[in-house]
Design a protein around this ligand. Structure first.
Ligand code: GAL
Length: 418
């Protein structure tokens, strides 16, 4: 009876909230590149379509580090936004501070448990209660390529191994192109590094070292090989890569100046925003050695406790909308990712998204689905920062040795959680 009345209340809430045509929703995110802005516009339009006022709290900086800093300030000042793009274990940290809203009633009404893969639903819950809403699944282990550039350089097949990659990169360099577009920021360095770790060491190694933080694996022979391959990539990047934003690196590929980029499929949002077609102008292929692995990165919005009643209504409607099939289709068609919801029809999506969808489903059964460390899916933020610092120092400073880095990685595993 109680359950029924709660669900009826949620249904009435959605209807009333939709009809009330009031309330402002302030949303913190870091989707400021061309493709990202187009994706978030879908959300703004859908909220505005119901009469809600969208207050954009966009903080530039790929990967979201700046945004998380701004969020801390606002919450500490007792003035949180209605929703913020927060992911993975960081959701738990915020929930632990008792500042997030319980979304269980909405989740029951919308049947979220049945609509989401378990691995995603679990990340959205704190002590069994929903506090966040997932909007997509990004695959991180992709290699993007400009088809015309590869052709001009005489690269006839997409590299499946690092040896093939280096052979192709040599051809690209000889033909005057930047072989590997890179933005030298620590989260981008780590994005490349974790794809290399997955490709060189495989999923069992990746999980042992980077997810379970086994010290022997962090300092062992597979990690040594990973670092060696990672270091070999550096000379194939250009000397202006330091500090470059990820979308500027993608722009080098879309503009035909660079051949490849190792990046998650938000990069596809940039190719699409530049009116390029997958399979024709550009290609997506799993990063070398990772055709049978999938590192996932789920974007989600955590909802904060609010004092104002109208703002709470707008927030409730936002939660409802974010999980809707219509929004998840429209948003992900632009974002480069696939819907977080299960059983969605991907007919309107391109071949990269369809491959991602098939692989996500297949690999959740084989255990080859791994959480992205670079994108905050696997380890607490303090450990993530320590690992990232070790990897970026190694990338940026040729004098830093493999041995020193192995020792630093093993130490990072013990970084204090708070
Ligand atoms: C990821 C995020 C993506 C994309 C990317 C670049 O961490 O999940 O949605 O925005 O950073 O900022």
């Amino acid at each position: 009876m109680l359950k029924f009345s709660k669900l009826a209340a949620a249904a009435a809430f959605v209807a009333v909230a939709a009809a009330a045509m009031a309330g402002e929703v302030e949303v913190l995110h870091y989707w400021t590149s061309g493709g990202e802005a187009k994706s978030v516009d879908e959300l703004k339009t859908m909220m505005a379509g119901r009469g809600y006022t969208w207050k954009d709290f966009a903080v530039t900086g790929g990967g979201g580090e700046n945004a998380m800093g701004m969020l801390k300030k606002r919450v500490l000042a007792g003035n949180p936004p209605a929703a913020a793009l927060i992911k993975g274990p960081t959701i738990q940290e915020w929930a632990n501070l008792n500042v997030l809203t319980n979304l269980d009633t909405m989740a029951q009404f919308g049947k979220w448990d049945e609509s989401l893969p378990k691995v995603i639903a679990e990340q959205m819950k704190y002590q069994g209660h929903y506090v966040a809403v997932p909007v997509n699944v990004h695959r991180v282990n992709w290699l993007w390529a400009n088809s015309a550039v590869l052709k001009k350089a005489g690269v006839t097949a997409l590299p499946k191994t690092y040896e093939e990659f280096f052979a192709a990169a040599d051809k690209l360099r000889a033909a005057g192109f930047i072989p590997l577009a890179h933005g030298g920021q620590d989260w981008q360095d780590f994005t490349v590094f974790e794809s290399v770790a997955l490709g060189v060491g495989g999923t069992a190694f990746y999980n042992k070292a980077l997810v379970r933080l086994d010290e022997a694996a962090l300092a062992g022979s597979e990690m040594r090989k990973t670092l060696e391959v990672f270091r070999r990539l550096k000379p194939y990047t250009d000397d202006k890569s330091a500090g470059r934003d990820w979308n500027q690196a993608t722009a080098l590929v879309t503009a035909g100046k660079a051949g490849f980029q190792l990046m998650g499929d938000w990069a596809k949002g940039e190719f699409l925003a530049a009116n390029q077609e997958p399979g024709k102008d550009f290609t997506c292929t799993p990063a070398p050695g990772t055709a049978h692995a999938y590192s996932f990165n789920v974007d989600s919005f955590a909802m904060f406790q609010l004092k104002n009643g109208d703002a709470r209504k707008a927030q409730g409607y936002l939660a409802f909308l974010l999980m809707g099939q219509n929004f998840q289709e429209r948003f992900n068609l632009r974002k480069g990712s696939i819907p977080a919801r299960l059983n969605m029809n991907l007919d309107k999506f391109d071949e990269c998204a369809r491959l991602s969808g098939q692989d996500f489903a297949a690999m959740s059964k084989t255990g080859a689905l791994v959480p992205s460390v670079a994108h905050g899916m696997a380890v607490p933020p303090a450990v993530q920062s320590a690992l990232r610092a070790a990897v970026s120092d190694f990338w940026n400073n040729d004098k830093t040795t493999v041995n020193e880095t192995l020792a630093r990685l093993a130490l990072a595993a013990g970084a204090p959680v708070k």
